[in-house]
Design a protein around this ligand. Structure first.
Ligand SMILES: *Cc1c(COP(=O)(O)O)cnc(C)c1O
Length: 349
């Protein structure tokens, strides 16, 4: 009854254990101020919940366009960028051609390909977590993948890949998706390319800048591509509350977001420095709102468990990269709590 494609899947893994300090999902740690929560309540109370929302999310699209200096016709909105990843994996070429992405990376690229029965062309990142271009080009030649995903910066490694390597893959005729979920933390973007070419699109999201609860992502692409993908979009994919609240965030509230991002970047750089000076820890540079590090004194599984016992939840990535864990940048006191717990745990080793 259920296809083998689907029964072979595993449910999406995320760590849900409750902890005093939760630094596992790359959310923005800074909470919305009270006055903004009240503004939201006020606007939400006006929503006619018996009615469908605007299927085109016109007002929200307008707010996104204005905020990021884009045009509405270059935008497609999704229930999180996850939904847009599905759409792209469905829409680009035929399913007998594969999907290429470097590993380790964000899991949705592989999951969506697997659900569709598309070949997953995985290319292991080099030691420095940059793209192995030679191997990429060899696999492009051999497997002829239809599309490629590059998270920029990459999750969980935190770095931005070499631009020329991405272009070299794309210029072999591979439709290229640049996932800029952490754009606000890196300041680097492919939007110009996406607007001027038919083989490059950019994904963005509000999830990592304070609105993970809303599920709003968007694609920036050339108008013709937006038109085609819009045909397959589920009609009311952005809920009424999401349209209203996301618009508020972008119009009345964005200064707060920018300040919160700035604070997070400062905390990231502090956390990086502190972790670098710890014995038994090798830390990797990050252009996102999380940091990957390797534990050499203690197996990652044990370290992860000990930290949780001390009330600090981070993400164990050792199943993907030996001995590696990823920590999201938290509030000042949360990062201190992590550092303190880490110090205490490593002392036992
Ligand atoms: C978190 C993350 C996303 C998820 O975005 P949503 O808009 O919440 O679906 C997409 N891509 C990368 C690389 C991420 O880390």
């Amino acid at each position: 009854m259920i296809s083998r494609r689907v029964s072979a899947l595993e449910s999406y893994k995320t760590e849900t254990s409750s902890a005093r300090v939760k630094l596992s999902s790359n959310e923005l740690s800074i909470e919305l101020p009270q006055w903004f929560q009240r503004r939201i309540a006020e606007e939400v109370s006006k929503i006619p919940f018996n009615r469908y929302p605007d299927p085109e999310s016109k007002l929200l699209k307008e707010a996104i366009a204005k905020r990021f200096g884009l045009k509405e016709e270059n935008l497609l909105l999704g229930n999180g960028s996850d939904e847009l990843i599905y759409y792209l994996s469905i829409a680009v070429e035929e399913f007998n051609r594969g999907v290429l992405y470097p590993v380790p990376t964000f899991s949705m690229y592989g999951i969506s390909a697997q659900i569709l029965g598309r070949d997953r062309v995985e290319v292991k990142l080099k030691e420095d977590f940059d793209i192995d271009l030679e191997e990429c080009l060899r696999l492009v030649e051999e497997k002829k993948p239809a599309l490629a995903y590059f998270a920029y910066p990459n999750n969980p490694t935190g770095n931005c890949f070499n631009e020329e390597s991405i272009k070299a893959v794309r210029d072999r005729g591979v439709f290229t998706v640049i996932d800029e979920a952490y754009f606000q933390y890196s300041g680097k973007s492919w939007v110009e390319e996406a607007l001027s070419r038919r083989d490059t699109v950019v994904l963005r999201t509000l999830s990592k800048i304070g609105m993970a609860g809303l599920r709003v992502g968007f694609m920036v692409a050339e108008e013709g591509i937006v038109k085609e993908l819009n045909k397959m979009r589920l009609p009311f994919n952005i809920t009424y509350p999401s349209q209203v609240i996301a618009r508020l965030m972008l119009t009345e509230f964005y200064e707060f977001v920018e300040q919160a991002v700035k604070t997070t970047i400062q905390e990231r750089d502090r956390l990086y420095k502190e972790l670098s000076s710890m014995e038994g820890i090798r830390v990797y540079p990050s252009e996102a709102n999380f940091i990957l590090f390797k534990s050499s004194l203690m197996p990652a599984d044990i370290l992860h468990k000990r930290l949780l016992e001390k009330g600090v939840l981070i993400r164990n990535f050792s199943y993907m990269i030996p001995d590696c864990l990823r920590v999201s940048v938290g509030l000042n006191w949360e990062n201190d709590a992590l550092l303190e717990a880490l110090q205490a745990v490593l002392k036992e080793a």
